[in-house]
Design a protein around this ligand. Structure first.
Ligand code: FES
Length: 103
């Protein structure tokens, strides 16, 4: 679906997305690394639980929120990949927030 226009000889790093290792080009955005490896879902909508994905890819819409190295609410379109980075689809919903708050 997505194809990179960058030359393949650039430095590569390995990150994990939902526990699966993928290769990415050093300096590319987390979102582009995910999309080029077929992972276009970034989070679940907080109220409906529907799949969400990047929309603007420039830091405006906040549709691309993921967890990076255990830290939630990271914009995948703005963060750059680094070696060993662990990215997970963000699952914060109305139900999980209530659970986390002890309600
Ligand atoms: S895709 Fe819009 S802020 Fe990341």
């Amino acid at each position: 679906m997505f194809q990179s226009l960058r030359k393949p000889e650039r430095d590569r790093v390995t990150i994990t997305v939902n526990g699966h290792p993928i290769e990415a080009i050093a300096g590319q955005s987390v979102w582009s690394a995910m999309a080029l490896n077929g992972q276009t879902i970034t989070r679940r909508a907080a109220l409906s639980g529907e799949d969400r994905s990047a929309y603007c890819a420039m830091g405006v819409c906040f549709e691309c929120l993921v967890e990076i190295d255990g830290l939630p609410n990271q914009q995948a379109c703005l963060r750059r990949v680094t070696e060993g980075m662990a990215v997970t689809t963000q699952e914060i919903t109305e139900t999980t927030e209530a659970t986390n708050a002890g309600l």
